[in-house]
Ligand binder design. Structure first.
Ligand SMILES: Cc1ncc(COP(=O)(O)O)c(C=O)c1O
Length: 393
């Protein structure tokens, strides 16, 4: 870093996020393209098997996004018009959008101070029309799954986990991937592991897997992807109109190697998060993420909350200051109830979500990814501390 008139500034911009793509991934993608089988094929099958083994699930179905994974899982659970699905408001819009796509009603609920949906909020929102609950493992730390699953089981309502941030995360020493009826992962470019765009659905439910697999590819019956191989058949049947959500072999070529490196990636994420926790621990102007017991947090992102009354600037200005220091930042998330569609369509009011509103007011995410050097991490720490010290009120 070098000093400028006001704050600190790096020489070059540190992006909020960058993927870590190694030579193995590049070679596998090139080999896949040279082999000529571009779309769903043997690489996808290999990736599905490896991912199922990794999380300890009986089934893993590769798709082209986590959004697709959530959509297929809810669709296979027969969610449709007249049904309700409980969704925490502190999530990416797609968790709720897919419910709307199916003609059902997303029932948004407030979060607790750990950014999670809780049994208390579910109890307030559940109705005879509730057909699913979607806990979101925010930032890569599992929700209280024992309590949530026990309550949902008693109520006879399936859990579909949004594990977009939670590849490699654990709850009671068990990988995320099998606690709920279905679990949806994201391999978007910024995620803990990536296939560019991509996702995976895991489940231990054989019947559900049998229903979901064809839904991913138009509703074509089993192994339709093989129809252009020597051993495939031209004949297929559609038992229900499915989606075009299949993953390509080019994506799986990346995924196979990213999965091999996932634990190392997450280890580095934890290391960086540890440095942030330590560096900011004594700053009352900042509220840091809490580490909950009995789980492995894989820090997809690092949410900081600035206490507005302790600084003379707000979150937007804080992000501008980071940008002036050549450091990218983001916000996870603009709560779903704040988006115009959800406000207008369902009449959600900010006052219905006091915890999410309070957290959102000061919320920002600072860079955290394995590709960051120790100097990058130090630059982020120095910039955050410098901004806090300059704007202490
Ligand atoms: C909590 C959450 N759910 C779902 C998604 C959607 O993932 P994808 O982009 O793979 O569809 C995201 C994406 O960032 C997310 O953060």
């Amino acid at each position: 870093m070098c000093s400028v008139t006001k704050g600190l500034q790096r020489n070059s911009f540190l992006p909020y996020c960058l993927p870590s793509i190694g030579e193995e991934e590049i070679a596998e993608v090139v080999a896949t393209i040279r082999a000529g089988w571009l779309t769903t094929g043997p690489k996808v099958k290999q990736f599905e098997e490896s991912f199922a083994n990794y999380v300890g699930a009986r089934h893993a179905i590769a798709v082209n996004s986590c959004t697709a994974a959530l959509h297929v899982a809810l669709s296979a659970l027969n969610i449709g018009p007249g049904n309700e699905v409980i969704v925490p408001t502190m999530t990416f819009c797609s968790t709720a959008n897919v419910v709307v796509h199916l003609g059902a009603r997303p029932v948004l609920v407030d979060i607790n101070d750990n950014f999670h949906i809780s049994v208390e909020s579910i109890k307030k929102a559940i109705s005879p029309r509730t057909r699913a609950i979607i806990p979101v493992h925010y930032a890569g730390q599992a929700c209280d799954l024992d309590e949530i699953c026990a309550f949902a089981d008693d109520a006879g309502v399936p859990i579909v986990e949004d594990a977009a941030h939670a590849a490699g995360a654990e709850y009671h020493d068990r990988k995320i991937g099998t606690h709920g009826r279905a679990v949806a992962f994201s391999f978007y470019a910024t995620k803990n592991m990536t296939t560019g765009e991509g996702g995976m659905i895991t489940t231990n439910d054989d019947q559900l897997a049998e229903r979901m697999r064809p839904l991913v590819l138009h509703g074509m019956n089993k192994d339709a992807w093989k129809r252009y191989t020597e051993f495939g058949s031209w004949y297929y049947e559609i038992f229900e109109p499915g989606y075009k959500y299949n993953m390509m072999d080019i994506q799986a070529a990346l995924g196979i190697h990213q999965l091999d490196r996932l634990d190392a990636f997450n280890g580095r994420r934890q290391e960086i998060a540890g440095r942030y926790q330590q560096a900011f621990a004594e700053m009352p102007e900042l509220c840091l993420p809490r580490l909950l017991p009995d789980r492995k947090h894989v820090f997809y992102h690092y949410p900081l909350q600035i206490a507005g009354n302790r600084l003379s600037i707000d979150r937007a200005q804080f992000i501008q200051e980071l940008s002036a220091a050549k450091i990218g930042a983001s916000v996870h998330f603009i709560p779903v109830h704040r988006h115009p569609f959800y406000r207008k369509e369902y009449n959600y009011q900010p006052s219905d979500f006091p915890v999410a509103e309070r957290i959102y007011a000061g919320l920002l995410s600072i860079p955290l990814y394995p590709k960051m050097s120790d100097q990058d991490v130090a630059d982020v720490i120095n910039a955050v501390q410098d901004i806090v010290m300059r704007y202490r009120s």
